[in-house]
Design a protein around this ligand. Structure first.
Ligand code: SF4
Ligand code: SF4
Length: 183
């Protein structure tokens, strides 16, 4: 059966009318900033103080886009007569975000909580080389990492906090005790 003349136009107009009455999903970025979930995978921050240069993140990264350089340093013995120890000192820590696929494996495997997700995403560059963020820049991203979610009510206290609290209580008790010779 031949189509009724003008039916195609009517269908098209019906679609236009239907769409015009719906709420628009387009956001006027950058004038309107998107509301992102707090755990959005935007960029990776490095908490350098926690990094022991164990290399686990670099080895597990599927894209091989974490670059770490380090050297060994000898540390004097903790107690007199003890043995000298050696430790790794970080020289370079960089992530190439032009290769990173935001899988989060590096953050998951870090045994020392040195890597964190930040929701920041506005770091586009016109030069691809600028997407390799060196340690200073990765450190700066730490300021944009949201605080961890609060513990559930009634949850067990984290063991690090419990240990620190016990030490602080012992110190306070020792200071409160009257010194020998004091009345
Ligand atoms: S998020 Fe994934 S791809 Fe990106 S640096 Fe970490 S491990 Fe590599
Ligand atoms: S896994 Fe963590 S501690 Fe080990 S090198 Fe990477 S960031 Fe540093």
């Amino acid at each position: 059966m031949a189509p009724i003349p003008g039916s195609g136009l009517a269908k098209g107009l019906a679609v236009t009318l239907r769409t015009m009455t719906r709420k628009s999903v387009t956001e006027q970025y950058p004038d309107a900033q998107p509301e992102l979930p707090p755990r959005t995978r935007g960029v990776i921050g490095l908490f350098e103080e926690n990094c022991t240069v164990c290399m686990l993140c670099a080895r597990e990264c599927p894209d091989w886009c974490i670059y770490i350089d380090s050297h060994k340093e000898t540390v004097p013995p903790a107690a007199p007569g003890g043995r000298e120890r050696s430790r790794n000192v970080l020289d370079r820590f960089a992530i190439d975000f032009s290769l990173c696929m935001y899988c989060g494996i590096c953050i998951e495997v870090c045994p020392f909580d040195a890597l964190f997700w930040s929701p920041e995403f506005e770091y586009a560059e016109t030069d691809i080389h600028e997407l390799t963020h060196e340690r200073d820049k990765l450190r700066e991203w730490m300021w944009t990492v949201p605080a961890p979610p609060a513990l559930d009510a009634g949850a067990e206290e984290p063991k690090e906090i419990a240990a620190a609290r016990k030490t602080a209580e012992k110190l306070a008790a020792a200071q409160a005790e009257p010194q020998e010779g004091e009345s």
